[in-house]
Design a protein around this ligand. Sequence first.
Ligand SMILES: Nc1nc2c(ncn2[C@@H]2O[C@H](COP(=O)(O)OP(=O)(O)O)[C@@H](O)[C@H]2O)c(=O)[nH]1
Ligand SMILES: [Mg+2]
Ligand SMILES: [Zn+2]
Length: 348
Amino acid sequence: MSEHDLDALGWSPELAESLEPGLEPGRVIAAHRAAYDVAVASGGEAVRTRLPGRMAHFDEVDVAVGDWVGLSDGLIRSVLPRRSALVRTAAGLTSKPQTLAANVDTAFIVTSLGPDLEPRRLERYLVTIWESGASPEIVLTKADRLDDPSPMVAQVEAVALGVPVWVVSSVTGDGCDALRARIGVGKTAVLIGSSGVGKSTLVNRWLGEELLATQETRADDDEGRHTTTHRALIELPGGGMVIDTPGIRELQLGDAGNSGALEETFADVEALASQCRFNDCAHETEPGCAVRAALADGSLPGDRYASWQKLQRELRAIARRTDARLRQEDRRRWQLLTKDARSRTRHR
Ligand SMILES: Nc1nc2c(ncn2[C@@H]2O[C@H](COP(=O)(O)OP(=O)(O)O)[C@@H](O)[C@H]2O)c(=O)[nH]1
Ligand SMILES: [Mg+2]
Ligand SMILES: [Zn+2]
């Protein structure tokens, strides 16, 4: 990465306001185990930085690709407030959710046209993205493999509910420029989707060079020529940035911090539920249930309703787990505090 103009990286007056005086602003373009590559205004190669030892041990500090940070003496002193964050949920009580990408404007949910197309998985991704604070758009790749993609596109549009749906082929180039144009100057997009759907191929096409390793290049290139895969945030010629990181595909439902995510994704089901006679209708045996009526006349597909129920249950379970974790942390903090107080009384 050569000259870095902060505005091109998405710097804004709001960010400037939250930066402590005396710190140099920069954007994290790659995260390694304990080090971060940060692009700064002074240009040149990104600087390799880390957290001060004190902060690194402090669990709450979580630095991710896309984060804006304040630097001094080559160390990260602060992480600026995030506009959005894609989070991987922690499985257990002790592990913390991990941020995979921060300050993302648009999340492209990428899936290929073909037998692996799954509307249910798209719904899950949509909920996750709405939770993150980024705007989702759906990208259907490998259009060249089908004579007529329109039936599949219609299937996707039925779950997209107004979210833009793009059809592209990195082989013929169809749709690639139109999609590229969605990433404005200073904006950050992320590509999310299963392995093999063509995310890296698409980015390479936008770049006009084989920067990222794809399944193809990986197969015929054992010498590691594509060593840039760790550079997770990539500036596109003409402006805008894209994040293509392998970790992103492991995205799961988050902490339901933004509880509107399910309502956004399933606005059709939510609208029906609001028409039920009883506010607390469980859509089972209650009279005047609009959901059951729509299921009966086929206007609400059964598998879509089942998907809504399933995601709702999962989000509730995650919320319970998060609560339990926070309670545990509170307890620990309280124990430390009281221990501290006890030792103070003793020393008096
Ligand atoms: N037919 C066809 N194949 C594609 C297209 N885009 C990517 N591929 C192939 O799909 C495979 C996976 O692509 P890759 O970019 O590595 O997928 P990723 O894992 O999502 O990054 C490679 O063999 C690509 O050559 C496309 O538009 N059409
Ligand atoms: Mg890839
Ligand atoms: Zn009902």
